[in-house]
Design a protein. Structure first.
Length: 92
């Protein structure tokens, strides 16, 4: 049976979470940015010859690494950062 374009697109999106480089998968993030921020993103990505996605990923991972470098593993701050509640209640 021939699938509709909508069915093919739905399957493609469902599989994205499990595909991608290094088998990490991908997650969809949809945000509205101020015009100034969106234009800055476009300029910076163009300046460095990368996609906007690659630039955002690099900035996020660098900040995450910076934060993690300052946190002790298994500390209350670590648990809070990862949304882990050692008492077993739901994370916030």
């Amino acid at each position: 049976m021939v699938k509709t374009a909508a069915e093919r697109q739905a399957r493609y999106r469902a599989n994205r979470e499990f595909s991608g480089k290094d088998g990490e998968g991908q997650r969809r993030v949809s945000v509205w940015l101020s015009t100034g921020s969106a234009l800055a993103l476009k300029r910076i990505a163009r300046r460095y010859g990368v996609t906007q996605q690659a630039l955002i990923e690099k900035l996020l991972l660098a900040e995450d690494e910076r934060i993690l470098d300052g946190i002790s593993v298994d500390s209350a701050e670590w648990n809070e950062y990862f949304g882990i509640n050692p008492q077993g209640s739901q994370p916030h």
